[in-house]
Design a binder for this molecule. Structure first.
Ligand SMILES: Nc1nc2c(c(=O)[nH]1)N[C@H]1C(S)=C(S)[C@@H](COP(=O)(O)O)O[C@H]1N2
Ligand SMILES: [Mo]
Length: 547
């Protein structure tokens, strides 16, 4: 650093960034040392999520998909860096007290944000506290001060009262690096290296809290009640007898775990060990139940393919998927607990404090609502709720599918609102009927198959009501052509459909699809936005057939 830069705003920004990132790095280290300790960055971001209006949240989900969290974390870190830079400029301008004060306030916001999470504890707040202390220590150590002035005072007092050299000057007792340009560069390098090392160490140490290993080692219990494979209800007139046409570009009937959409408010995936987990069923019940993971595993197990959808799924969107879930029927557990007739709402809560409420009548009406432990033959992936989540056929995820579930409370419909309800989403969330075109994908060229047909295909769902018919219209000619339907194991899954267009012409086209549910009711024309209770409208795609 040149003489000109020492004391300049750039010097201040460098100091501020060093202080900020040293604090964040040590916070990261603490999360690796103390189990359950929370980085303050995530909760501060979470508080931001909690205050943004649903419209903005919705926009974020649509714009960034599941990357919205990464964007939020990045935004929080950038904000901290900006505040840190201002703090550094204050410090090099001699306003050290103000610099310490602002840093303390930022630290307190971090501690507060952590305390707003469920089950706050001192251990959880440690990273924010220690990180703030380290930030202030770095500011103190690297801030410039007028050595001459210190010396003069010290020397004067020494001259007056004490033998020379024993005066208590800051510079002599503690080597403050910031007092010289050279000292700042050296000290800054030490702080930067230390931050990288300690932050990295924290990351490595934190891995020991991951549930990956215990998840891998877990053996799933036998299923007592499953649907036959290949499970089928009546396929369409063309009697195609598989679940999957196997067409390129069409989402498979069962979506692999790695491709399954993920939506939640958790900024870091909760790592919940099955040994620490329990499920409490309480509220308006005769006998409160508390189940350990082993208790749950010893119960009769069902296995069902069920389609899950997010209420934020737009027409044609991919926040929807079908998986084979294994678990215990919720009804069995609730019957054992003895639900009071006035308990019209089944509230579930997750370890991270998220909650939702489902109509008890829906949970208990005989559908395969379950407390699930497995997804597509594997223990639930951590991001899909390991060790235990809920799955309710026919309800959007935000009112039913609690991941990392630890609590079911039976209460009245009017006595509680789940997480998304006060944020502008409907209290009731039955999944709406929808047809989606996967092939062709929008704007693409579609080639005829060897037997001379252009295969248009996709998926349709009306979860728990089933799909009885899908039609496509080509080039808005007003003619709705009936599609072939693949087989399905039950009304709880989506259904593949296909239209083999034989009398096609090369050039640009547009295809639109619509579905009918199990009762023959047609998909509404819409259009309706996703908020407050799910999108409506026909999916339509432009494509081209080469000459
Ligand atoms: N704990 C918790 N569970 C949750 C959520 C959440 O934010 N936290 N989001 C719900 C929503 S909105 C949906 S759509 C589904 C998505 O489940 P998936 O991520 O396994 O696809 O989870 C539900 N369960
Ligand atoms: Mo959702």
């Amino acid at each position: 650093m040149s003489h000109r830069l020492y004391g300049s705003p750039w010097h201040g920004i460098a100091l501020g960034l060093l202080s900020t990132f040293a604090g964040l790095a040590v916070a990261e280290l603490m999360t690796g040392l103390v189990k359950g300790a929370s980085s303050p960055v995530l909760p501060v971001g979470q508080e931001i999520i909690d205050v943004v209006p649903p419209g903005v949240k919705d926009w974020a989900i649509e714009t960034f998909g599941t990357a919205d969290k990464a964007v939020l974390i990045l935004g929080t870190v950038i904000s901290l860096a900006v505040i840190g830079s201002i703090v550094g400029i204050l410090a090099v301008r001699g306003a050290r007290a103000a610099a310490y004060a602002v840093t303390s306030v930022v630290g307190l916001i971090g501690v507060w944000a952590v305390s707003m999470r469920p089950a706050p504890s001192f251990g959880k707040m440690l990273p924010a506290i220690v990180g703030t202390v380290v930030s202030i220590a770095v500011l103190w150590w690297l801030s410039p001060r007028s050595v001459a002035a210190d010396r003069t005072t010290a020397d004067l007092s020494a001259d007056d009262h004490e033998p020379v050299g024993s005066g208590p000057t800051t510079t002599e007792l503690v080597p403050v690096a910031g007092t010289s340009r050279r000292g700042f560069v050296m000290g800054g390098a030490i702080v930067a290296m230390g931050a990288v090392l300690l932050g990295g160490l924290g990351r490595v140490l934190k891995r020991r809290f991951d549930v990956d290993d215990e998840r891998e080692a877990l053996t799933l219990p036998e299923v007592d009640d499953t649907v036959p494979d290949p499970p089928m209800v009546e396929a369409s007139a063309t009697s195609f007898d598989g679940n999957d046409f196997g067409l390129e570009g069409v989402t498979p009937f069962v979506v692999p775990n790695s491709d399954f959409y993920r939506i939640d408010t958790a900024l870091s995936v909760p790592q919940v060990s099955k040994d620490d987990w329990s499920l409490r069923i309480h509220g308006m019940v005769d006998n409160e139940l508390e189940l350990s993971f082993a208790d749950l595993l010893s119960r009769p197990m069902i296995e069902r393919p069920i389609t899950l959808s997010c209420v934020s799924n737009r027409v044609g969107g991919d926040l929807v998927g079908n998986a084979v879930w294994q678990g215990v029927r919720m009804k069995d557990l609730l019957d054992e607990a003895g639900v009071h007739p006035e308990a019209t709402q089944t509230v579930s809560r997750s370890i991270d404090g998220w909650s939702c409420g489902s109509p008890t009548s829906v949970i208990m009406d005989g559908r395969d609502a379950m407390v699930a432990i497995a997804m597509n033959g594997e223990p639930l992936p951590a991001e899909h709720g390991y060790p235990v989540r809920l799955v309710v056929p026919g309800l959007y995820g935000y009112v039913s599918a609690t991941k990392w579930v630890t609590e079911i409370e039976m209460t009245r419909w009017e006595d509680f609102d789940g997480y998304w309800v006060p944020r502008g989403w409907a209290k009731e969330g039955p999944i709406k009927i929808m047809a989606r075109i996967d092939r062709p994908s929008s704007g693409r060229t579609l080639d005829p198959s060897a037997d001379g047909a252009v295969d248009i295909a996709g998926l349709a769902w009306a979860v728990h009501r089933g799909i009885s018919r899908v039609e496509v219209e080509i080039d808005e000619d007003g003619e709705w052509r009936e599609c072939e339907l693949a087989g399905v194991p039950s009304d709880d899954t989506w259904r593949q459909w296909r239209y083999r267009w034989t009398d096609f012409t090369p050039g640009e086209h547009r295809v639109t699809a619509r579905a009918y549910d199990g009762e023959g009711e047609a998909q509404p024309v819409g259009p309706k936005a996703v908020a407050p209770d799910g999108a409506e409208g026909y999916h339509s795609v432009r494509f081209e057939i080469d000459a």
